[in-house]
Design a protein around this ligand. Structure first.
Ligand code: FAD
Length: 325
């Protein structure tokens, strides 16, 4: 059952910040994750601040520099359907299309997708775990088949968003506004690893919201697929996934950005893969070496070592596919 809360729908950002910076407030976009968290008492809210009256947070536009600006309230369905996204930022379109179900993509927003809470069943369940202020991470000695194989320091969640790794690979910036003004952060630095603070998922300060995501101008020769593997054909979160943004000159990789999903508490940059492929033609030997390098530093828990061959195979497949003319 939901606890009681006040619900406000401010008409201006100034009014949003008045409410969002009061203690106990939670921001509401599409509500597909927020309401489940409140219902399951993952956290409580005394006030829900809806962003839905703020029109400036919606829509997709070109920036004056030739890039793209996507408002935080833009739905995932709108992202999937946008022709410029499809043409120039394929990883984002593919990642958004892999989120949940059509109903949830109709309702869920890009901002909410980046700020959603982790899916760890201990965190979501009736366990007073480390991330909720308790003393231990129950996944360490518990059911950990869906937990991380990289970056687990005291807490072993996996980051749940599909669009975040795609946007990180595409070098997106995230714009944040709050009572103290506006700032921009590279999306790859927006999520907080447990080694730094296991009680926080993002770098949003109290009262701040995400207003938009900004993509750089499209680059000639860029190929950027996103692919995730899940346990079933129906809606599900990634067991492992990979977002590639490789810039080719002829058949050679000039620049590479590679981010993994489903395997770490934040979108996980694989510098190991980037180093192996940069300056190379993606023949079978290079691809095999890159996929091997990707999993070299993995530290599985008792039940999730299957993620290592899964990830290795996924990277190998995706690199071979991208190498085809
Ligand atoms: C059955 C199911 C399956 C799902 N499958 C997937 C999946 O496969 N992949 C995936 O990536 N996700 C998945 N999701 C997660 C999620 O619900 C969606 O990704 C959705 O995009 C969240 O957006 P929303 O607008 O509904 O967010 P909300 O529920 O409104 O908000 C989510 C969180 O973000 C905060 N928030 C929202 N907008 C902002 C903002 N602009 N600034 C600051 N904070 C903000 C809220 O306070 C809340 O804590 C799934 C959810 C469900 C219920």
């Amino acid at each position: 059952m939901l606890s009681n809360f006040n619900y406000v729908r401010p008409k201006s950002l100034e009014d949003v910040f008045k409410h969002s910076s009061s203690g106990g407030a939670q921001v509401h976009a599409g509500g597909t994750d927020l309401l489940a968290c409140l219902r399951d008492h993952v956290f409580e809210a005394s006030k829900i601040v809806s962003l839905n009256n703020i029109k400036s947070l919606r829509g997709i536009k070109k920036t004056s520099q030739g890039g793209m600006r996507i408002g935080a309230l833009t739905t995932l369905r709108e992202v999937v359907g946008d022709s410029e996204v499809k043409k120039n930022y394929a990883a984002l379109g593919q990642a958004a299309s892999e989120v949940a179900s059509p109903q949830l993509r109709n309702q869920g927003t890009l901002g909410g997708n980046l700020c959603q809470k982790p899916r760890c069943w201990y965190y979501r369940g009736e366990f007073h775990c480390l991330r909720k202020g308790g003393e231990e991470c129950f996944a360490v000695a518990g059911e950990n088949a869906f937990h991380c194989i990289f970056g687990g320091e005291s807490c072993y969640i996996v980051h749940p968003s599909d669009t975040a790794p795609a946007l990180c690979a595409l070098a997106a910036q995230i714009r944040i506004r709050g009572p103290k003004g506006q700032r921009s952060v590279a999306l790859e630095n927006f999520h907080v690893p447990p080694a730094e603070d296991y009680t926080k998922e993002t770098r949003l300060a109290p009262g701040e919201i995400v207003t938009e995501i900004v993509l750089p101008p499209p680059v000639e020769g860029l190929k950027s697929p996103y692919r995730k593997v899940r346990a079933r054909q129906s809606w599900d979160f990634a067991l492992a996934g990979v977002a590639l943004a490789l810039v080719f000159k002829g058949d050679q990789v000039q620049k590479a950005r590679v981010f993994l999903s489903g395997v770490a508490p934040v979108p996980w940059r694989s510098k190991e893969v980037e180093e192996v492929v940069t300056g190379k033609r993606l023949d079978e030997a290079v691809v095999r070496k890159a996929a091997e390098a990707a999993v070299q530093k993995a530290k599985p828990l008792e039940q999730n070592a299957y993620k290592i061959p899964l990830l290795r195979g996924l990277i190998e497949e995706q690199l071979l596919a991208i190498a085809k003319p």
